[in-house]
Structure formats: structure tokens, C-alpha cells
Design a protein around this ligand. Structure first.
Ligand SMILES: [Zn+2]
Length: 501
């Protein structure tokens, strides 16, 4: 009887000088064996099939690279690229290679800007009860890295295959602002859609302008209906009673009504175009001012009145939620506000509260998990990229030094699309670090922020038609995959260990 071990042993003895296989990936459909292996530059799908079995490999974009003997019989070895056609064929044989719906289970998203770290993320999730979103990318990140929805999904699925992961997981099309960005996300199999209507929200100083609020409020066609529904309404959350008077109703309706309409439009579009169940998140986290509880009630109420079946709500909470560093602000105030929001989410849902920019927000994880009573979704992404850079700092210090210099130069431009406070003047000169201690730079808050937001510029920088860093980054990470995986897994573990579920 041929087993996986025998297949991998024979493969190694015939092709081991060039390729090394990922034992975690090997699977069989009872006729052929499938697994991933890499050479110095790339990963490939290998199919080992008996000479007598049907022409399965002919359907794949692949080539026959020789015959090996296993248990006395001849087997053909086929090498295939990680193309989308090959992935589709593989999905037909192994249907678990597909993202799925999550619903109200506690969940955690791990973005992967490079498209290579899904197996490391999977090691972190292991047998934890939390539902993983292994694919998660925002439109902004797609723009910055030049990736597409299709690449995000297919990189995730190849990672799932490599790790031999057969449990359920999701894929989140994150921070989508325009309807036209949804089409491709639906087509390529995303299972969660995060709509960001922040362009329509009246926020910051604008929301303090009384004339502007009155004008906006008066222009709402459904004003009378809204007054009938909310004016004078008392809502008890825990020990607090909240009430809409005319001023507060005017404020929340003028601030959020257009945003709600936009979310409804996006939802209807997905509902009409997506055949399977999907998770839907409303994200209002990237605005200047914290969302008050009454506004939350209004937003949830209006979405439900418009039959939007949302599962997650990402609010702008008090305090500062800067990328790549811990929460900055009053923890007790955050807990009190969160308590109210969690009460609202339970009373009007239940639905989950979502925490964005969740990388490194270690001081709030426990509070978030406790107050939401397990009804939460958390998104992280950027600090996996910092762990990739740590691998480069340790293994290729010269490359790291060049990347760091470039990041400093690009920072002023790149920070514009983030809420971030680091000033270039606070950055230490790399000359102060010994070359074998460059990884210490990645422990400094200011440096983390700079390297975090300049990822797109670093990965897409071109000189004379060639990428300056991109290819060396991928090559270094492939050559040092075990260390890279260790750093990424340790980082995600630090996050997941704090979630008490
Ligand atoms: Zn966000």
C-alpha cells in the first residue's frame, strides 16, 4: 500500500536535489497524490499519479518531469505552476479549499500583504476556537501593493493547501468604499464584505457646525418618518437610559444618514450578486470623532429598517488607534464606552463589534473580548509585515538598511492615508545600531509605524523598469521560510493568547 510518506520519500530521492516538499500539504483523491514543493525561487504543485490512472494531469497547466518507482510500480511526476486555472482544478477535487461564511462566532482577521504568510497564520490558529479570516485585504492595501482581489484569494488558498488546513476560514474584502470594487470581490469568492462609508459621514469640526447640521437634516427626505421612529424614544442599556431629543436626532441623522444610504446600496448590490451566504460589516472606524451610543443606535436601527442583515459593526471608539502600536488613551473610558456599545449590539442584534487596526492593541484585547461577551471580530494585518522585515533585518542586513533608508524618504507621502503621529525627527540614525542588531529597530515604536505605512512604496518601488526591493524581499523570505514563519506565528500568538474564549 502506498502512503504519503512513501510518496514523499521517493520524490525526495529522485528530485530532492532541486525541490523540497512541504509534507503538510500532501493529500490524495485515492488515485493521485498532490503536494507543494519549492526550488530556490518558487513554489510548485506536484502531482504523482500512477501510469494507469486517467489523464488527470492533462487538465492542469503542467509538465511531466519523469517517472518514479513507488512500491514496485511506476508513477508519473507532474509539475504545475500555482496558477488560477490549476487552483480551480484543485478546488474541484478538494472542496475545502474555499472560504466560507462565519456568522456570529468570534473571529479574527490576519492580513497578508505579501501573499505568502497564510501557512504561518494557520499555525497560530491551530485548534483555537476562534474563526480565522485568512484572506483579508483593504482596497487601500490593494492599491498600495498593486495586488488584485483574485491574487489575494488565490495566495490565501495556496497557503491553505500548503498547510494542509481543512477547517473553515473566511476571506474579507476590507474597507470597500465604492460599489464598483465589490463586483470583482464577489466574483473571486470573498465571503465577507466590509463597507466603509466614511466619505459620507459628517465628522470632526464639520459635525460641530450647527447651520450645516440643520441644512443637512432638513434635506433628508425621510425626515418625518425618522422623527416618528426616534424622537422621544427612550432606550435602556444596562443602567443608563438614552433618549433622542430633537437636537441629538438632528445631529446623528445629519452626520450618518448619507453614510447609511450608501451602506444600504452596497448591501443590496451584494445580495443580488452573491449566491452564497456572506458576512457583512459596516466600518465607521476611520473617522475623526468617536461614535456616540445614540448614533450607534440610529445607525443600527436604520440599517435594520432597510433590511440590511449585517453581522459586524466597526465603530470609531474613543482614544487613538494608530497603526502598529498599542492603544493610546484612557483605558477606563474606553471600557465604559465599549460597555454601552456592546449593550446596544446585543439589544438590537445580536451582532458583533469589530475592532480595526487591532495589531498590537494588547492593552484592550481582554476588555474587548469580555465586554462583547465573545461577540467580536478583530482585524490585524500590518505587523505581520514588520515580522517579515525582522527576518530580513536578521538575514540580509544590507537589504534591510536600504529598505529602511527608503522608508524614511517615503514616509511623509505615505503617512497621508493613515492616522499616525510619528515624526521623522524622532527616528534614530541606523548608524547607531550594530549590523547584527538591526532587528532591534523593529522594536522601536516610531520605526514600526514608519515601516508599517511605507510597505506599498517599498514593494512597488521601481528603478530602470525593475523593482528595487520586491524580488529580494520575496527571495530572502523564501530562503528563510522557517524563521519567517516563526516570527509571524509568535506575533499572531501574542494577540490570540489574550482573547479569552
Ligand atoms: Zn478599519
Amino acid at each position: 500500500m502506498i502512503n504519503a510518506k512513501a510518496v514523499l520519500e521517493e520524490f525526495k530521492s529522485s528530485f530532492g536535489a532541486i525541490y523540497s516538499a512541504y509534507p503538510s500539504s500532501i493529500v490524495t483523491d485515492n488515485k493521485s497524490w498532490f503536494f507543494l514543493a519549492k526550488d530556490d525561487n518558487k513554489k510548485y504543485l506536484f502531482i504523482i499519479q500512477s501510469g494507469e490512472s486517467s489523464g488527470l494531469s492533462e487538465e492542469f497547466e503542467a509538465k511531466n518531469i519523469g517517472t518514479i518507482k513507488i512500491g514496485g510500480s511506476d508513477f508519473i511526476t507532474v509539475k504545475a505552476g500555482l496558477s488560477s486555472k490549476n487552483l480551480k482544478l484543485l478546488q474541484q477535487i478538494f472542496p475545502y479549499l474555499k472560504p466560507s461564511f462565519c456568522g456570529l462566532k468570534p473571529s479574527f482577521g490576519t492580513g497578508d500583504r505579501l501573499g505568502i504568510i497564510t501557512p504561518a497564520h494557520i499555525s497560530s490558529f491551530g485548534s483555537r476556537k476562534i474563526f480565522p479570516y485568512l484572506g483579508q485585504q483593504s482596497v487601500r492595501e490593494l492599491d498600495k501593493t498593486g495586488r488584485t482581489w483574485q491574487e489575494v484569494i488565490s495566495d490565501t488558498l495556496w497557503g491553505v493547501f500548503e498547510a494542509g488546513y481543512k477547517n473553515r476560514f473566511g476571506a474579507d474584502a476590507d474597507h470597500v468604499k465604492k460599489i464598483e470594487d465589490l463586483d470583482a470581490a464577489i466574483k473571486h469568492g470573498f465571503t465577507m464584505f466590509t463597507i466603509d462609508p466614511s466619505d459620507f459621514i459628517l465628522t470632526g469640526a464639520d459635525s460641530q457646525d450647527k447651520d450645516r447640521i440643520s441644512k443637512r437634516y432638513d434635506s433628508i427626505p425621510e425626515k418625518k418618518e425618522i422623527e416618528k421612529l426616534y424622537l422621544g424614544k427612550k432606550i435602556t442599556i444596562g443602567k443608563k437610559v438614552l433618549e433622542f431629543d430633537l437636537d441629538s436626532l438632528k445631529f446623528v441623522a445629519a452626520s450618518y444618514f448619507d453614510a447609511i444610504k450608501h451602506v444600504v446600496k452596497c448591501y443590496k448590490f451584494i445580495e443580488q450578486n452573491k449566491k452564497d451566504n456572506f458576512d457583512f460589516e459596516v466600518s465607521m472606524d476611520e473617522i475623526d470623532s468617536a461614535i456616540p451610543p445614540l448614533a450607534h443606535i440610529f445607525i443600527a436601527g436604520e440599517l435594520q429598517r432597510n433590511q440590511v442583515n449585517f453581522h459586524n459593526m466597526a465603530l470609531r471608539y474613543p482614544g487613538r488607534w494608530e497603526k502598529a502600536v498599542d492603544y493610546i488613551g484612557d483605558i477606563d473610558q474606553f471600557r465604559q464606552e465599549l460597555k454601552m456599545h456592546a449593550g446596544i449590539a446585543k439589544k438590537f442584534g445580536p451582532y458583533k463589534l469589530s475592532l480595526h487596526s487591532g495589531s498590537e492593541k494588547f492593552s484592550v484585547y481582554k476588555i474587548f473580548s469580555e465586554e462583547s461577551d465573545g461577540l467580536f471580530h478583530i482585524k490585524t494585518s500590518g505587523t505581520s509585515w514588520l515580522e517579515s522585515l525582522r527576518t530580513i533585518a536578521v538575514k540580509e542586513p544590507d537589504l534591510f538598511k536600504n529598505i529602511y533608508g527608503f522608508a524614511l524618504k517615503s514616509y511623509e507621502q505615505e503617512k497621508k492615508s493613515y492616522h499616525i503621529s510619528t515624526e521623522l525627527s524622532s527616528i534614530p540614525d541606523i548608524g547607531k545600531f550594530r549590523e547584527d542588531k538591526f532587528d532591534h529597530i523593529l522594536d522601536l515604536k516610531e520605526c514600526r509605524q514608519i515601516l508599517h505605512v511605507t510597505f506599498g512604496a517599498i514593494l512597488t518601488a521601481v528603478k530602470n523598469g525593475n523593482h528595487i526591493f520586491r524580488d529580494s524581499v520575496y527571495k530572502t523570505l523564501l530562503a528563510n521560510e522557517t524563521l519567517h514563519c516563526k516570527y509571524i506565528t509568535e506575533n499572531i500568538d501574542r494577540h490570540l493568547d489574550l482573547l479569552d474564549i
